[in-house]
Design a protein around this ligand. Structure first.
Ligand SMILES: [Cu+2]
Length: 230
């Protein structure tokens, strides 16, 4: 779908047929092989983002999104996504899902939880429950949903809903890796719950080619709600 090389080669096949007469099928086979080889690598870059806080320390659980400047890429809903409740915390605390994804909220504690979000991205409430609620929650709008528990004030989680297949969450070393990025022009967006106000992230242009890309992004967070404050 994103393979310009295969499109060019296919377009040349009819000319080859005319030139080589009866050998057309061989050329077709050759071009199909070339197209396959091309598509495995053409424009599929790995984008690695090294996310740090203002002091330069690695920042885990930052969401990296790579959005095309023009048009839309297919971003099908994700399967089997869950935000569990374990030891009176959400696990994971930061998630990124594509729009249309349903998220399950299994309660693995012995106490009951009452999970809610009042965010415009998804306004919902799972009233006081144990175990696994019968229905997962559908996230059908892009944006950031902030989740809480009515019973336990310290519980907070964030679900970032995106409209791109290219997304990742940074690991303990602050590294987020997005694989298979097709050649093109994008906005690289990085978000973390420590960003002030209603910020939807820090953006910079990104041009992808077949070569892998390394980026460093320092996020201006003022405090990190994911680590206990002194
Ligand atoms: Cu709770």
């Amino acid at each position: 779908m994103y393979c310009a090389a295969s499109a060019v080669i296919s377009a040349q096949v009819p000319r080859g047929r005319v030139l080589e007469g009866g050998c057309g099928w061989r050329l077709a086979l050759w071009s199909a092989t070339v197209a396959l080889v091309c598509c495995a690598s053409a424009g599929a870059a790995t984008v690695t983002v090294n996310v740090t806080d203002p002091t330069g320390k690695p920042l885990p659980q930052a969401v990296v999104m790579i959005e095309p400047v023009t048009g839309k890429l297919p971003a099908p809903p994700m399967a089997s996504v869950q935000v569990a409740q374990v030891k009176r915390q959400f696990v994971p605390r930061v998630s990124v899902v594509t729009v249309g994804t349903s998220v399950a909220f299994p309660n693995q504690d012995t106490v009951r939880h009452h999970v809610y979000s009042f965010s415009p991205t998804k306004n919902f409430e799972l009233k006081l429950y144990s175990g696994v609620p019968a229905q997962p929650v559908l996230f059908d709008k892009t944006g950031i949903a902030v989740l809480g528990c009515n019973i336990h004030d310290q519980m907070a989680a964030w679900i970032v809903v995106v409209d791109t297949p290219y997304h990742a969450v940074s690991d303990a070393e602050g590294i987020a890796r997005v694989q298979g990025v097709a050649a093109g022009n994008y906005q690289l967006k990085v978000w973390h719950p420590g960003l002030q106000g209603a910020s939807d992230g820090v953006s910079q242009p990104l041009t992808a080619t077949a070569a892998n890309i390394d980026k460093a992004v320092r996020l201006p967070i003022d405090m990190n709600p994911l680590v206990p404050q002194p």
